[in-house]
Design a protein around this ligand. Structure first.
Ligand code: SME
Length: 169
């Protein structure tokens, strides 16, 4: 497996997700480590949308989210549950869309150029595994459409991969 994903970037956000998600799902392989799968998901998302400046996973261990597979600039390595957008999403287990990061109290600026963000929690029942975080250098880059498709993607990951056995440390 070494082919590129086929995405038409001139299409709408929904159409891009509709092209992208089946291709990402086809890449998911439960027989290889979770971290390898998440790495390809981060790369696939990052390359599908010009609006994404950073895309990656933070994975939970204890009361901390640790930097996981990502694409983009170097980033904060540890985020406490309850802190920043990622930690708030992890604590509430809800997707958070931030149109202007300066208006989100406690936003953690890993990259000073980041203007908007969406964070989707990865959890099953009451167990939180981590979060998927997408950032943008433009304001209001993410909306309900992103939320719907990213939550769909995350639910596929949760169903196909063994996060219970996954150990970051
Ligand atoms: N902005 C995030 C931190 C992670 S970076 O954006 C990669 C937050 O406030 O949790």
């Amino acid at each position: 497996m070494a082919e590129n994903l086929t995405i038409n970037k001139s299409h709408s956000t929904a159409e891009i997700y509709e092209q992208l998600l089946p291709q990402l799902e086809a890449l998911i392989d439960p027989d290889i480590p979770v971290i390898s799968n998440l790495s390809n998901i981060a790369a696939g998302l990052f390359n599908a949308f010009d609006k994404i400046s950073w895309c990656g996973f933070y994975m939970k261990s204890g009361e901390v989210l640790y930097l996981g597979p990502f694409c983009g600039n170097v980033a904060c390595t540890t985020i406490k549950i309850g802190k920043g957008v990622c930690g708030t999403s992890a604590a509430s287990r809800e997707t958070i869309i931030v149109e202007d990061v300066d208006k989100f109290p406690g936003h953690i600026a890993c990259d000073a150029g980041s203007k908007s963000e969406i964070v989707v929690p990865l959890f099953s029942g009451s167990e939180l595994f981590g979060v998927l975080d997408l950032d943008s250098y433009e304001y209001s880059s993410f909306n309900e459409t992103d939320k719907i498709f990213l939550e769909k993607l995350v639910s596929v990951l949760i169903n196909k991969l063994d996060f219970v056995q996954f150990k970051l440390l």
